[in-house]
Write a protein that binds this ligand. Structure first.
Ligand code: DX5
Ligand code: ZN
Length: 222
């Protein structure tokens, strides 16, 4: 079985103590820190930008998994790269040219990801797979933490697992398969079974009294 990485989403943390919260989940065993960037336009919520990402970069050593829910994303890619992002993921709907956006992220020396909303089909990523280090499946509609997991996305995760495995078998680069939204120890088991290898969890980690235990519970769901 493939190694599972857990990426707590800071969106569910105490925003008055972000640095402390980032250090706490890193110490609790988080593999990546998931950073949700929202512009109040692409999604109906506003979170934080590159200035906050940069301030957090000095706090922990784990990779920063930056999920851009902003449109357009292109004008801000360099700022997030300079702020310390390791992976930068974009939604195809943010436009205008997904292929160019992925090339730009790679050109900045960062890993590139494509995010599929619940209504966005697998085919949206098929023709740019060569430029992807990560595919992120939204198992809620983006914009807010604390929503319920959409079971309807499990089939899409399984299709993407087949697509990625076939790509790697043809000599293609590895592509991580991440799930974001409503992940708990229970839904994590379904995601892993379907083929995911990175799990984002906001509420399930930051809403727990013991972060280390919450992360361990999700990890052991495999
Ligand atoms: C939603 C964000 C998610 C969110 C997950 O737009 O992309 O990362 O924070 O939160 P939970 O785990 O609470 O669903
Ligand atoms: Zn996210």
């Amino acid at each position: 079985s493939r190694p599972i990485r857990i990426a707590p989403s800071l969106l569910a943390a105490d925003f008055a103590r972000l640095g402390e919260e980032a250090r706490a989940v890193a110490a609790a065993g988080a593999d990546w820190l998931h950073l949700d960037i929202m512009d109040g336009h692409f999604v109906p919520n506003i979170s934080f930008g590159p200035v906050v990402v940069k301030a957090l970069r000095g706090q922990v050593d784990i990779p920063f998994d930056v999920h851009l829910m902003i449109a357009p994303a292109d004008p801000y890619l360099a700022a997030f790269a300079e702020a310390g992002a390791d992976l930068i993921s974009v939604h195809p709907e943010a436009g205008p040219h997904l292929h160019r956006t992925l090339q730009t992220i790679r050109g900045l020396g960062k890993q590139a990801g494509v995010v599929l909303n619940p209504a966005t089909p697998v085919s949206a990523v098929e023709t740019v797979l060569d430029l992807c280090d990560l595919i992120l499946v939204m198992s809620v509609n983006p914009g807010f933490g604390g929503q319920s997991f959409l079971e309807s996305q499990l089939g899409k995760i399984a299709s993407l697992r087949q697509m990625i495995d076939a790509h790697v078998a043809r000599g293609g680069q590895p592509v991580a398969l991440e799930v974001d939204g409503g992940v708990t120890a229970r839904t994590a088991a379904r995601c892993i079974e379907a083929g995911a290898d990175v799990l984002v969890a906001g509420t399930a980690v930051f809403g727990a009294a013991d972060y280390a235990r919450a992360i361990a519970d999700i990890r052991s769901a495999a």
